[in-house]
Design a protein around this ligand. Sequence first.
Ligand SMILES: [Zn+2]
Length: 110
Amino acid sequence: MTIPNCPQCESEYAYEDGLNYVCPMCAHEWPINEEVEVVVIRDANGNPLQDGDTVSVIKDLKVKGSSSVIKQGTKVKNIKLVDPEDGHDIDCKIDGFGQIGLKSSVVKKI
Ligand SMILES: [Zn+2]
């Protein structure tokens, strides 16, 4: 488990002390919560993606099982984030292709 940055001063040097985290930079103390880490899906530029976002494809993508190619720059509206399957963590519909899975690493948020 990684120690979070201090919520008060953003210092990276907080450490665990019993049931609390302590920040040596500003002396802030806050309780350790066993929070479940939320997996953030990010686009090619590292921006977090959300359901309903519009993204564009950053490179030509071959469609499995067909000779079609999704061209670089194709806009994809209303994406849905899903549990990664084969690394495909975006579920979406593309005109002419229908329902398709994309990897977040090949799109960028518009
Ligand atoms: Zn601090």
